[in-house]
Structure formats: structure tokens, C-alpha cells
Design a protein around this ligand. Structure first.
Ligand code: GCO
Ligand code: MN
Ligand code: MN
Length: 392
């Protein structure tokens, strides 16, 4: 059944919606049950993405090239994949590396205790960067899913951080040496598959990046579910990354706080958080890919996977339209004006100087009067709910 494009919520290339091969290709295996969907070839996934109106496809090295492929097989697979992307009008904005699936990474990759494992992880990542570059990707994601512990008895945590730094520095030099022009995007997660992962939040990575040899080359890839698993406000982390010039990529999905890693369809669990996120990305003019790192319910078949992918993009576009409505709403705007959210007014005190600090120290504040000022955030939030529920 061919889907009709649905007017204003139809995805277009300018929206930069992308999916990983592993997302729509997810076969529904979980720790308690086996595959429920037959495998899809990379070329079939690309055709499906084109059919649902996506713009890009992302991949791990081993989503396309088996870990033990010969160089000739690797070349053929990459060539054929590039051809099917071209044929379907799909771009490859991001590539990444699997440093978590193979048993060799059971103690981590860049942070593992065995130097052989650390060396192999670097080699594997360089090969994955080669694949990404060949496919035209400009963003390279590093997700250290196994860079963590079940017991802290196994190594000192600061040693792990130093190893991770050495690895990222090495890869930045490789990027320069090969003139790939990648921006590296580091993806945090608090746990799963390890009991604890060292780089638990986007904020941890923002601190780490400043300690690298090439901080300008490295940013973050925040993921909704990963921050929600930790009970955090995702949009706040995204905003900090954006403000630091570090929002290189984003993984959109959804997640109920306090549960196992759910990878739900974007906007399906916390609609209001998803709204603030979309509004933030659109308000600031984030120009990167909107990547959906999620998968269909295990109950779905092939058609259901298309429903899932279509739903991710549709919800994003609905929320984008709601954000515009919010920005144009006269009552909302008048409340915002009254509570002085105008960023220009924040600069009133200005930077420290001897003179202005003397005047600030001698200023008298009428605390009672200041505390009288109305802050009608209840009304503001209800107007938001009215817009989100479609009654306004
Ligand atoms: C997860 C992660 C992964 C990464 C992917 C890209 O929870 O499993 O989100 O899907 O994003 O491996 O590096
Ligand atoms: Mn995830
Ligand atoms: Mn992810």
C-alpha cells in the first residue's frame, strides 16, 4: 500500500530526517525473546526510507560490512550501498562504529584493560571512518556503549577517562591526516548495556571535550532516551550543547523515565518534553540532521515499521507547527513581554568593573516590591497545553 503524502506534515529533504540502518532494520529481538521480523538488506532499507520520505540513512560499519569481510567484499558492499543511496535519493550524513556487539568488546573498547582490545578498537574505528568518508558522511558518531563497568574493582575510573581521551585524540589526528573533514559527535548514556557507563550524560562529554587536543573537531550527539533514563531534562542538555557550539548531531526517540532502554517512536512517551525540544531546535535554527534512533514495537511487521518511521517524522512536524503557533500567540507573547524574557535586558549590570561593582554594592533593593511582581507561569503553561491539545 503506497502512502499518500499528508499535506503540511509530509517530510521533505529540507527537514533533514534520517534513520540508522539499525533502526528501521531492527528485528525486534530483546533479552527475553528472539527476532520477530525477517532481515532487511541495506538496499531494501534505503528503498523503504525513500518511500516514507526520509532524507538520510546512517550506519555502523557492521550494519553494512560484516566484521570478518574480506577487503574485496567490503569494497563491493560499500560501492553497492552508495549506488542504492544514489538511486533512491538518500544521503549518508553520519557514520559510526560498532564497539559493543562483538565479544571482544566485553570489557569495553577504548577503555578496556587489554591493550590489544584498545588497539583493535582504534583500528576498527579508522576502518569505519574510511567507510563513512567513502559514502560522503561528514559526521562521525562515537557511542561508548561498553565503556563502563559492572564492578569498579576492574580499573580506576580516571584511568578509563585518560584512555578514552588518548583514543579520541588519535582519531582526530587520523581525521586530519586523511583530510576526511569529519566532525566527531560523542554520545553519552548512563547505563545499558553496561551497569554504569563512564560518560553518563551529555554534560559529562562537554566537560571531557574541553580536555582534548582538538576540541574544535569534537561535539556531542545527545539522545532523548539516554537523558530521560537518568531522569534529566533533555532539552536543557541540548541547549547547553548548542550554546557551546557543540550540537553536532541529535538522536531523537522517546523513553519513559526509570525504565529499561525503550527506543520508542519520537514523541510517543513524553509529548510535552518533545514539544520543548522541537521548539528549541527550530527557534535556534539547528541545521543538522534530525536522526531518529528508535525502533518499531516488537508487535509490528514490515508495514508497521513504515508506520513507525512515518510517525517519528510526522510528530516532529506537528510539534514544529505547534511551536510556530506558540511563538505567534498574542497572549503568550504578552505574558513573555511582561515577565521580561527579553535577553537584552539581562545585560543591564554588564561585565564587572570597579565602578559598576561599587554602584551595585551600594544599590538598595525593594525586595517586597520585587516579590510582588506577577509571574503567571500557570497561565503560560495552560496556554501551551491548549496549543498542544489542539483546542487553541
Ligand atoms: C543505543 C545507542 C545506539 C547509538 C548507535 C550510534 O542506545 O544503543 O543509542 O543506538 O546511537 O550505536 O553509535
Ligand atoms: Mn540509545
Ligand atoms: Mn543513539
Amino acid at each position: 500500500m503506497k502512502r499518500k503524502a499528508d499535506g503540511q506534515y509530509a517530510p521533505k529533504p529540507e527537514h533533514k530526517f534520517s534513520f540508522g540502518l539499525w533502526t528501521v532494520g531492527n528485528r525486534g529481538r530483546d533479552p527475553f525473546g528472539d527476532f520477530v521480523r525477517p532481515p532487511l538488506k541495506p538496499a531494501e532499507i534505503v528503498a523503504m526510507l525513500s518511500e516514507v520520505g526520509a532524507w538520510g540513512v546512517n550506519l555502523h560499519d557492521n550494519d553494512l560490512v560484516p566484521i570478518d569481510a574480506t577487503p574485496a567484499e567490503r569494497d563491493r558492499l560499500v560501492r553497492e550501498f552508495a549506488a542504492s543511496c544514489k538511486k533512491n535519493g538518500i544521503v549518508v550524513p553520519m557514520a559510526t562504529v560498532s564497539l559493543f556487539f562483538d565479544p571482544v568488546f566485553r570489557d569495553g573498547a577504548f577503555t578496556a584493560n587489554d591493550p590489544e582490545v584498545r588497539a583493535y578498537a582504534l583500528q576498527k574505528t579508522m576502518h569505519a571512518m574510511d567507510i563513512g568518508a567513502e559514502l560522503g558522511a561528514k559526521i562521525f558518531v562515537l557511542w561508548g556503549g561498553r565503556e563502563g563497568v559492572e564492578t569498579d574493582a576492574c580499573r580506576r575510573a580516571d584511568v578509563a577517562i585518560k584512555r578514552l581521551r588518548d583514543a579520541v585524540n588519535y582519531l582526530c589526528e587520523y581525521n586530519l591526516d586523511r583530510r576526511y573533514g569529519f566532525k566527531l559527535a560523542l554520545e553519552a548514556k548512563p547505563n545499558e548495556p553496561r551497569a554504569d557507563i563512564y560518560m553518563a550524560t551529555t554534560g559529562h562529554y562537554l566537560g571531557f571535550i574541553a580536555t582534548l587536543d582538538h576540541p574544535e573537531m569534537v561535539g556531542v550527539n545527545p539522545e532523548v532516551a539516554h537523558e530521560h533514563m537518568a531522569g534529566l531534562n533533555f532539552m536543557h542538555g541540548v541547549a547547553q550543547a548548542w550554546e557551546a557550539g557543540k550540537l553536532f548531531h541529535i538522536d531523537l526517540n522517546d523513553q519513559m523515565p526509570g525504565r529499561y532502554d525503550q527506543d520508542l517512536r519520537f514523541g510517543s512517551a513524553n509529548l510535552k518534553s518533545a514539544f520543548w525540544l522541537v521548539k528549541f531546535l527550530e527557534d535556534v535554527g539547528y541545521d543538522g540532521p534530525r536522526h531518529f534512533d528508535a525502533h518499531a514495537y516488537r508487535t509490528e511487521d514490515y508495514e508497521g515499521v513504515k508506520d513507525f518511521a512515518t510517525g517519528c517524522m510526522r510528530t516532529y512536524l506537528i510539534l514544529k507547527e505547534k511551536a510556530q503557533r506558540w511563538n505567534e500567540d498574542a497572549e503568550i507573547q504578552s505574558i513573555l513581554e511582561a515577565v521580561s524574557t527579553d535577553p537584552d535586558q539581562d545585560g543591564e549590570i554588564g561585565r564587572f568593573s570597579k565602578k559598576n561593582s561599587a554602584s551595585l554594592l551600594s544599590r538598595t533593593f525593594d525586595r517586597e516590591q520585587i516579590a510582588q511582581k506577577r509571574l503567571p507561569y500557570e497561565r503560560l503553561d495552560q496556554l501551551t497545553i491548549d496549543i498542544l491539545t489542539g483546542v487553541k
